[in-house]
Design a protein around this ligand. Structure first.
Ligand code: SER
Length: 576
């Protein structure tokens, strides 16, 4: 059974049992405490906490999805038989409807009847005693009893908090005991019973809406269904593995195939290589691929591997654009290639590579930790990621302090509260995103009506995040409609003008303003179009903005979601 059929069977199975099928959310979540979406439940967090209403947004209290995920915690393990940085997760979710009994029964039915697999054993949460400071958590006897009733032949093992307790994604959130299903020696399905809310201090309290959160990695499932030796021998990896000759070694083939998927998907969701946060992760993954390509002396072409990823996944993930992925990759490769050879040469000269030496190699030649560790051999045997990261942090702190001195106190070149930019190149991007935000605001009102009022806005170099009042989830057509209007205005290359006027007069022009913001008098009105009267967009604003809309590039709405009752949030990126 091919992976496409596994996806389809999973969604059909749960759709037939009252679940609304929800699209994957982007890899960049709105939760500032995590860098990437690491689980299917990430986009559903507000439905467990009562901050959003599933019945209203999905027409059901139960959902199912195939979620694209990135987990960087396993980066050092990639190259073995099963670890991946990018994967897809099949999941079914309930926000206050069904609970343990149905969740276990359906998981059992799907695995044994729908797929005809044999469950080797399952695990349940064995409880955790309270300690001096730590709060105890009771054993999940209910799940064990349900398993015994549904599948008397299946062995039920107990495990502790490290293995059978999920939670939370980020620094707080829903969590609870899990039951895990093992087939052919690997855990394939994690069924979480969200019944607690873990606060930042680690304490557990009751959860507003008890629920179900399950996650089954598509790659692992494909491995057991297809009886493949490793995940890399499943049909999911076939197109990439076919382009990677065996002569480069199994480990390298796996690293390149894995990283290529993560790289393509990150780029598609707007991440660009940089020295921080998501961009730093992307840069490291790209550079590892580039180094292996270099060392293999032409036995594979990394751009072709990326193309293969796009071709394989585009049908299900239309955000993948071969040209954009290739451009971003080639650009990084050109930059990195200038120093790569020298870097490798320097590295080979070092008898011992400790964290100081490794960091110098990174700083002067751009060699990432992974590569130094991987290729450094004996010289790098004592180098640890912890020590390297510590050097990296120290360095960042020093440059932050330097920037603070230069820019007077706040460490950023620009920080208006709404817009943040660390340097000139970031300033250019946030300026484009800022004008794009005005266009989005105006387009939202065109498509959804004047009910739309700004409720917040936050712009970083990665994206703009715009909150607005609106009572329900936007349809796909509405989102596309808004995006098309914005890109149409950009295509017309309209001028962006500013007029300074007394506040009372400015209010009469119909220019939009944000009720939470205090504006000076006189006030700046920025408008897009030839004259204020007929302008497509006009807003009270302090700037900065581009001079013509054509400078913005292409705007893409990458996410739409609820943030509390009656307020929606969109995120959008700009591409050159
Ligand atoms: N959140 C759980 C996991 O990621 C189940 O989806 O394993």
């Amino acid at each position: 059974m091919q992976h496409a059929e596994l996806r389809r069977r999973f969604l059909d199975f749960f759709a037939a049992r009252g679940h609304a099928v929800v699209k994957s959310s982007p890899l960049l979540p709105d939760d500032p405490s995590v860098l990437f979406t690491t689980a299917g439940m990430q986009q559903f967090k507000p439905y467990y906490t009562g901050d959003a209403d599933a019945a209203k947004d999905f027409g059901s209290l139960n959902t199912a999805s195939v979620q694209k995920c990135v987990r960087t915690s396993d980066i050092d393990e990639v190259g073995d038989e099963s670890h991946l940085t990018f994967f897809e997760m099949l999941g079914n979710f309930s926000f206050g409807d069904y609970f343990k009994k149905d969740a276990i029964a359906w998981a059992h039915e799907f695995i044994t009847k729908e797929l005809g697999l044999e469950i080797e054993y399952v695990t349940v949460f064995g409880g955790e005693p309270s300690t001096g400071s730590g709060q105890g958590v009771p054993e999940d006897t209910e799940s064990a009893a349900i398993w015994r009733e549904i599948a008397p032949d299946v062995q039920v093992r107990k495990a502790g908090r490290a293995d059978n307790f999920w939670g939370p994604t980020g620094d707080e959130g829903p969590c609870g005991p899990t039951t895990e299903i093992y087939v052919d020696g690997i855990e394939i399905w994690n069924v979480v019973f969200n019944q607690y809310y873990q606060s930042k201090d680690g304490s557990l309290g009751p959860l507003k809406t008890q629920g179900i959160d399950t996650g089954m990695g598509l790659e692992r499932l494909a491995k057991v269904v297809q009886k493949a030796e490793t995940v890399f021998e499943t049909d999911l990896f076939a197109p990439m593995m076919a382009l990677l000759p065996e002569s480069i070694g199994a480990r390298t083939r796996r690293i390149v195939a894995d990283h290529a998927r993560a790289v393509a998907f990150m780029i598609a969701d707007g991440v660009r290589p940089s020295n921080k946060e998501q961009g730093y992760v992307l840069r490291r993954l790209m550079r590892r691929v580039i180094v292996h390509e270099h060392l293999s002396s032409g036995s594979f072409d990394a751009s072709q591997i990326l193309d293969a990823v796009v071709i394989a996944y585009q049908g299900d993930y239309p955000e993948l654009d071969a040209t954009v992925v290739r451009e971003v990759f080639v650009h990084e490769k050109e930059k990195f290639s200038r120093t790569l050879k020298h870097g490798l040469k320097e590295m080979a000269k070092l008898p011992v590579i400790d964290s100081a030496a490794a960091f110098r190699l990174y700083e002067s030649f751009g060699l990432p930790y992974e590569i130094i560790k991987e290729l450094g051999g004996d010289s790098a045997k004592d180098l640890t990621r912890g020590d390297f990261d510590e050097r990296f942090r120290e360095h960042q702190e020093k440059s932050r302090a330097g920037a603070e001195k230069k820019f007077g106190g706040h460490g950023l070149l620009l920080d208006t509260g709404e817009l943040k930019a660390a340097d000139e190149s970031e300033l250019k991007v946030v300026t484009r995103l800022h004008t794009a935000t005005h266009l989005l605001h105006a387009a939202l009102r065109k498509v959804l009506g004047d009910e739309v009022q700004q409720a917040g806005s936050d712009i970083t170099v990665e994206r703009t995040r715009f909150d607005f009042s609106f009572p329900r989830k936007l349809t796909d057509e509405e989102i596309t409609g808004v995006q098309d209007i914005v890109n149409d205005i950009i295509g017309k290359d309209l001028p962006v003008n500013k007029e300074v006027m007394p506040k009372a007069e400015a209010e009469k022009t119909g220019a939009l303003f944000f009720f939470k913001e205090k504006y000076p008098d006189p006030v700046n009105v920025y408008y897009v179009g030839k004259d204020l009267g007929s302008a497509f967009s006009k807003e009270f604003c302090g700037g900065p903005h581009v001079t013509h809309t054509g400078e913005i590039g292409t705007v893409r709405i990458i996410k739409e979601e609820a943030v509390g009752a009656g307020t929606r949030r969109i995120r959008a990126t700009v591409q050159p």
